[in-house]
Design a binder for this molecule. Structure first.
Ligand SMILES: [Zn+2]
Length: 296
């Protein structure tokens, strides 16, 4: 697979050696927050359980039980809430931005990818595609095309187990993250630096998979539930509620309803009408002009 990646690798390399882009990448580096203490939650949870049991022993269940159950419920909530920072750092929006957003498109590559790439070109927009490892293996040329057109690639698990990702045990979780990183890195010529949890639900074992790879978890602050909602106008209306400078916008490709391309187009039209530019995090963090986003 590596032998078929040189074109993308050249494109990627040529992007990162341009002086403007290098400065912007250093700005992006300040946004990266790989987990530093991926097992801190386990120690804190264990300590809370021990204290809770001690309270039960000394003062009765009405004192200890709320602490035991409450801390377990907190970990469960943090797993299900995509923007929670309790178990690992997560990017929800970007700082210091003037009418710029970070467009993120999940679940590719798909049959929609080519049309979406054309749309992005037409709107002079840059996006980050959070791709699924097994789908990247099936359509590596789509991944290279994303890079060649100046977009970025993120890790969105190896097989996208959407029903069970939130409940995967440590070993299976690590395999999802590591295998996708290897596959995508081999195709792109550069490993991703961003990770998006499947359905946004990052359980306590995600951080341990991200740390050794230097991956930063990315959530969003604007979403339109576009995998279920086929009406572009409704998706746009929902996304509009979360928009603001530095907003991270969540979109998908290849949705079963077949309207993903129309939805992406409607969102791009809305963003342009509202005066927003779609840029990559380096540009956004630096507050730089759109020309820099197109440097890749
Ligand atoms: Zn997904």
């Amino acid at each position: 697979m590596r032998s078929s990646a040189p074109a993308a690798a050249r494109s990627w390399s040529s992007a990162i050696v341009e002086p403007d882009t290098r400065a912007l990448l250093s700005a992006a580096a300040t946004l990266q927050r790989p987990p530093r203490h991926p097992w801190a939650w386990a120690w804190l949870l264990a300590a809370a359980q021990i204290v809770g049991l001690a309270l039960v022993w000394w003062l009765g269940w009405q004192w200890g039980l709320p602490l035991i159950l409450g801390t377990q419920a907190l970990v469960f909530w943090a797993t299900l809430w995509p923007q929670s920072r309790l178990l690992s750092p997560v990017l929800v929006r970007l700082p210091a931005c003037e009418r710029t957003v970070w467009l993120t498109i999940d679940d590719g590559p798909s049959d929609d990818t080519a049309a979406i790439l054309d749309l992005l070109d037409r709107h002079q927009a840059k996006a980050c595609f959070f791709v699924v490892g097994v789908r990247a293996e099936a359509q590596p040329e789509c991944v290279r095309e994303m890079l060649q057109r100046g977009h970025e690639i993120g890790n969105h698990s190896y097989s996208h187990p959407e029903k069970w990702f939130w409940a995967l045990p440590p070993r299976a979780m690590r395999a999802q993250i590591v295998r996708a990183q290897a596959v995508i890195g081999a195709i792109a010529g550069q490993p991703p630096r961003w990770f998006r949890a499947v359905v946004g639900m990052a359980n306590p074992f995600v951080a341990a998979g991200l740390k050794p790879l230097g991956l930063t978890r990315v959530a969003w602050c604007a979403r339109g539930f576009d995998t279920r909602e086929a009406d572009p106008a409704r998706v746009v209306a929902r996304i509009a509620r979360g928009l603001g400078p530095g907003a991270i916008v969540l979109l998908h490709e290849g949705a079963p309803h077949g309207c993903s391309v129309a939805i992406v187009e409607a969102v791009l039209v809305h963003l342009a009408a509202q005066g927003y530019r779609c840029v990559l995090p380096a540009t956004c963090a630096d507050g730089a002009a759109p020309r820099a986003a197109a440097a890749g």
